[in-house]
Design a protein around this ligand. Structure first.
Ligand code: PRX
Length: 635
């Protein structure tokens, strides 16, 4: 039996129990047998429960790119590492071999060095899904620079916030990007953002659309000419296992987004291990994760996890609806994809379209299907199982977070029997628990409570960049010595977990996390707005959509309300991005508040969800009469 590759339910239980009983031995063996280290660790893990400083493989030295690229060169040099599938199906796909990837990453790394980037510097990457996104990330990791990838759908304002919070010295972007029929002026967004980013000294611009863009002399450089003249080899920087690898921002329920900090050694071990098991990866499989690399799913399962295993990973630039709703299945057939990993919101959108889009293509190469990002509803699960997997490809419903770095709860395909809507069992090394309202762990099954993890795992975020206090407050203060996920879950009589959704002020729209506070702050910036509150309500495709309750400064506001709605959404678009669009905006004269002035979102949520027959206890409200008024005026 190999604990690196679990092949049956019995093996899973054996390995799992070992990982709980003897975590140090378990992780030591995994780390030792499957990776290259320049120096061995002094200790496997160390957890200071007071400061919540966690260390894995401390004292060890490595470079993640050596594990993801160099070590494959001898045996897999000509094997395809990355298949780049462009937005336009008539443009040829690129097959980038491990050898070619090595050259491109080394050249890119040398360009970074030439521009003064050193170990520990932060580099912001704001690129579409083109090969330079992968090579720039790996180039940073090669020289020990900390990459901060910002999803290229974010607005100038959101980009600037993320650059400034982590004080990035460089920005890597492109002239523009293609998304279906749309051409987006990425450099224009960058120029706007950089008006307020004093730390950025240089900007590298990849050419994708070849649109004419403004180049600021001395600051902006076209990337390709620099790459062309760069030396083709670059020794990997020696990194400590606990040296930062990257920062990736995720929404907080209040204030600034949180820059989750991940470190090199533990992240590498855990993403590689989970990739191998959750997708039952075998040599020569073709793996396709449809996420954008701007999210953690792309970091861990388009790049690091697959490449650490020497796999072939697909990077798709386009959208599922272009040139028609058969595009995914076309790509799947074309590259003979064996594992396909996507989000429930995408499945729901695809399921709404005519089945003939699926039937046109041969999907028999598929072995495993995956979902991530939000709870999957039964209907979508069955559509995916019946029409895409055709009953032959088990579905892995994988639960995890930006903070966890890798997949935490998931079936192991061909081993764990799947039940629709259940993420099922924790992966080896992961010790989940459910907490009740009194803050106590609920023992026994079935159970329903707040999901925590009671023991560290290698890829957990180490901190929030620049704000360790907030890290402790958000994740460790709610339950003593436990990592609090912010999710609710139930555990059935067999011990299977089902994630029921967020229990904090984060709303998941189309698989993207959005905090309520930054959106409300943006609405309140409109000169006509006095106050606002937003909640989520179920949406057929997006999972949840945003419902805003807005109080105007002048109750007798005479302006056309639809204009006002558009203006508010325009502000949201500029400050956050189109993903935070308010689906419904209801103008109201008041919001239900407790005597201490707190908005009772629970009631607003019920109204938005049309669950007004059961509003629960409203006796603590300062203004109970407003509830009826809001119900009467509901959209
Ligand atoms: O609420 C959970 C939901 O997505 C949140 C994490 O979002 P993010 O950090 O953006 O990472 C998404 C990709 C890993 C979680 O707290 N979530 C993620 N996967 C699932 C899920 N909810 C239910 N089922 C899942 N499989």
């Amino acid at each position: 039996m190999s604990q690196y590759h679990i092949k049956s339910l019995e093996e899973y239980f054996q390995v799992y129990h070992k990982s709980v009983r003897e975590p140090e031995i378990f992780w030591e063996e995994i780390a030792e047998e499957n990776f290259v280290w320049k120096k061995r660790w002094d200790s496997i893990f160390d957890w200071d429960m007071k400061s919540h400083k966690v260390k894995w493989f401390d004292g060890a030295q490595l470079n993640i790119t050596e594990n993801c690229i160099d070590r494959h060169l001898e045996t897999r040099g000509n094997k395809t590492a990355i298949i780049f599938e462009p937005n336009d199906p008539s443009e040829k796909a690129q097959h980038i071999s491990y050898r070619e990837l090595h050259r491109r990453v080394c050249q890119f790394a040398n360009v970074l060095k030439d521009k003064g980037i050193q170990k520990g510097d932060r580099v912001c990457i704001y690129l579409p899904m083109i090969p330079q996104l992968a090579t720039s990330i790996l180039a940073c990791a090669r020289i020990g620079a900390i990459h901060n990838v910002v999803f290229a759908g974010f607005s100038a304002n959101a980009l600037a916030t993320r650059i400034n919070d982590s004080e990035c010295k460089m920005l890597i972007t492109s002239d523009g990007s293609f998304r279906g029929e749309k051409v987006i002026d990425l450099k224009g967004i960058v120029d706007e953002a950089l008006l307020s980013c004093p730390t950025v000294e240089s900007v590298l611009v990849a050419q994708r659309t070849y649109a004419k863009v403004k180049m600021q002399k001395g600051r902006d450089f076209l990337l390709q000419p620099l790459l062309n003249s760069a030396y083709k080899d670059c020794d990997p920087e020696v990194m400590g296992a606990e040296d930062p690898l990257f920062i990736l921002y995720t929404s907080g329920s209040t204030g600034l987004p949180k820059g989750m900090l991940h470190t090199a050694g533990g992240y590498m071990v855990y993403t590689a291990y989970t990739f191998k098991n959750v997708f039952q990866y075998q040599e020569n499989d073709i793996f396709w994760c449809t996420a954008d690399i701007g999210w953690i799913t792309g970091h861990s399962y388009i790049l690091y996890g697959p490449l650490a295993n020497g796999a072939t990973t697909v990077m798709f630039e386009g959208v599922p609806s272009y040139p028609d709703w058969g595009r995914f299945w076309h790509v799947l057939e074309k590259h003979k994809v064996t594992q396909f990993y996507t989000a429930p919101t995408v499945i729901r959108a695809l399921a709404k379209e005519n089945l003939s889009f699926v039937e046109e293509y041969d999907l028999t190469s598929l072995k495993v299907l995956g979902t991530v990002g939000e709870p999957i509803n039964e209907e979508a699960w069955h559509w995916y199982n019946d029409n895409i997997g055709q009953g032959n490809a088990p579905i892995v419903d994988t639960w995890w977070q930006t903070e966890t770095g890798g997949i935490m709860i998931s079936p192991i395909p061909f081993s764990t029997p799947a039940i629709p809507t259940f993420a099922t069992l924790p992966l080896p090394g992961i010790q989940p628990c459910l907490m009740n309202e009194q803050g106590l762990e609920i023992k026994g099954n079935p159970a329903n409570g707040k999901l925590c993890i009671k023991f560290p795992w290698p890829s957990m975020a180490r901190s929030i960049w620049g704000n360790h206090e907030r890290f402790i407050e958000t994740y460790f203060a709610p339950f003593e010595n436990k990592y609090f996920t912010g999710d609710g879950a139930l555990r059935d009589h067999t011990g299977y977990y089902r994630i029921t959704g967020r229990v904090d002020d984060i709303i998941i729209i189309s698989g993207h996390n959005l905090g309520t506070a930054p959106i409300e702050d943006t609405i309140n910036e409109h000169p006509a707005v006095a106050e606002s509150a937003i909640v989520g309500y179920p949406h057929e495709i997006k999972g949840n959509a945003l419902y805003a309750y807005v109080i105007l400064k002048e109750s007798g506001e005479t302006r056309n309300h639809d204009n006002l709605r558009n203006e508010i959404n325009q502000l949201i678009n500029e400050h956050i991005g189109p993903i935070a669009k308010l689906e419904k905006i209801q103008f109201t004269n008041g919001l239900p508040k407790t005597r201490s002035g707190k908005i009772m979102r629970r009631i607003l949520r019920k109204i938005a969800c049309d669950e007004v027959s059961d509003l629960g206890d409203t006796s603590t409200l300062l203004n109970p009469e407003i509830v009826e008024e809001i119900i009467q005026q509901k959209l």
